[in-house]
Design a protein around this ligand. Structure first.
Ligand code: GLU
Length: 493
């Protein structure tokens, strides 16, 4: 099911970087908006002045753009629903606070954080759920004036109506029912005058015309509060859908400890946006006849609220690597070179410094099936173009096993004009070796590497030798065959 022309939003609090968990929320709301030819808004929930940081706004804008998740209204694109930052919406909130207070639906609360903490501890010690004890719910106007005169700055609390049942149809989880008696009066305006989360979040959805909200299951318990608040303000509530949490490999909710990486870290490691988007699109959504890597547009066309599952989705890093391979396979050589060229590594080398510019596309073409992350391409670039004379231990063992005679034969069969096929045919005839017995010592000598699971992600065999041959060029080939022969000779001494 896809509603027609839905208005959805992503409403991050700029208190940290975007990571896999919250970007999945952004993606699903984006997909829903695009699927129904609606609108997608980006709202910055920055009313918590202590924890919000401007740099995180800049970062999340950049990260979402990099992923291809564009917005119809939001930062750098204000529109009729704006301002998109909650910190700029005080003028919209003020009359609503006043209305609630005038109607007795909200009241100032002078309780100190310490008093609230004491009440909570006492309630929990009695085995009761912690809830606002109602201390300030029935202060007389005189008592309020007295406290204000003492210079105390109150919060504003919403008065939760007793004895109500709050039901709603969750877009993902189906019918939900909550009892208002389980909900304590909650803060809607902080003592510093800023709108608290419950208020800003719910009111803005209504004022901005948001029709559908997909968000993490951790917000489910907030929804009845927000519905009561919107009802008191006679505002239209959006339809809410709560997405199951993403679990890490250990089965615990995905967090920094168990594999939730920030989008920035994934990007720095070299993950492609298409890989991240395709991975996330399948966490909590079962695609019909899943055909493999899809563009954002196709993912949107296939998005369906009925396909959102209720059971927790597990983030498997191997799956992300699978999508990364698929994204590489779908990119052109030129796109891959753009992705690789500027990357530098701990050894101080940058890919661009190793690969001669005129060989760049040829290089990418030769190694593209054998790389998952830029670090893999870096290893190949080093093996092919840096003259280190180094053999990895397993390559050295293979060279020594083949022996000086093999490489002497190889040098005899090689001349500058040899194509790879002619060369290996002649060498096979001269040595009687075929298949792996022929190719492994050659690979070891020419690249200094054999398959090495320690060095890269999803490392398997190296690129086909035939593809590497023209990249290496006759001089390097001859030099490396001689080096291998000499290694064997020196070992014998
Ligand atoms: N600012 C909230 C958060 O980042 C938004 C929750 C929502 O999507 O409603 O968790």
């Amino acid at each position: 099911m896809i509603p027609s022309a839905p208005v959805t939003r992503f409403a991050p609090s700029p208190t940290g970087e975007l990571h896999l968990g919250n970007v999945r929320t952004a993606l699903f709301n984006w997909l829903l908006a695009r699927a129904g030819k609606g609108r997608f808004l980006l709202r910055i929930e920055d009313t918590d002045r202590e924890r919000s940081e401007e740099r995180f706004v800049g970062q999340l804008v950049e990260d979402l753009r990099w992923l291809g998740l564009d917005w119809d209204e939001g930062p750098e694109r204000e529109g009729a629903a704006g301002p998109c930052r909650q910190s700029a919406r005080d003028d919209l909130y003020r009359p609503l606070f006043e209305r609630l207070e005038a109607a007795g639906l909200a009241y100032p609360c002078f309780c100190t954080p310490e008093a609230l903490a004491r009440a909570r501890t006492a309630q929990m010690a009695d085995g009761r759920p912690p809830r606002y004890p109602g201390t300030c719910a029935r202060l007389t106007p005189e008592q309020r004036a007295e406290r204000l005169a003492e210079g105390r700055r109150p919060t504003l609390r919403f008065r939760v109506p007793p004895g109500r049942e709050i039901g709603f149809e969750d877009l993902v989880r189906g019918p939900q029912v909550f009892a208002s008696d389980d909900i304590g009066d909650f803060v809607i305006r902080r003592a510093d005058g800023s709108a608290a989360f419950f208020f800003g979040n719910a009111v803005d959805d209504a004022l901005m015309g948001v029709t559908h909200v997909l968000r993490g299951e951790d917000h489910l318990a907030n929804t009845p509060r927000q519905l009561l608040l919107l009802e008191a303000l006679e505002l239209v509530a959006p339809a809410y859908g709560h997405l199951p949490l993403i679990l890490g490999e250990d089965g615990a909710p995905l967090s920094k400890r168990n594999g939730s990486e920030t989008i920035r870290a994934l990007r720095d490691t070299g993950y492609l946006p298409a890989a991240i988007v395709n991975h996330l699109a399948r966490l909590g959504q079962a695609l019909a006849d899943d055909p493999g890597l899809l563009s954002l547009e196709v993912l949107a066309a296939r998005f369906d609220l009925d396909r959102l599952g209720r059971s927790p989705a597990r983030h498997d890093p191997q799956q992300l690597l699978h999508w990364q391979k698929a994204a590489i396979a779908a990119a052109t050589d030129a796109e891959l070179w753009d992705w690789l060229r500027g990357r530098c590594f701990a050894d101080g080398h940058c890919i661009e410094d190793l690969v001669p510019p005129e060989r760049a596309l040829e290089f990418v073409h030769a190694v593209r099936d054998n790389i998952t992350l830029p670090v893999d391409a870096h290893v190949w670039a080093g093996d092919l173009f840096a003259e280190t004379g180094h053999h990895a231990p397993d390559a050295r063992a293979e060279i020594l096993a083949a022996g000086a005679g093999f490489f002497a034969q190889a040098l005899a069969c090689f001349d500058a004009g040899s194509g790879f096929r002619d060369f290996t045919r002649d060498l096979s005839a001269a040595t009687g070796r075929k298949g792996r017995a022929l190719y492994l010592p050659l690979r070891a000598a020419l690249t200094g590497e054999l398959a090495d699971p320690e060095r890269g992600s999803l490392w398997r065999e190296g690129p086909e030798l035939g593809r590497l041959w023209p990249l290496l060029g006759p001089e390097r080939i001859a030099r490396r065959l001689r080096l291998a022969r000499d290694v064997c000779l020196n070992e014998r001494e």
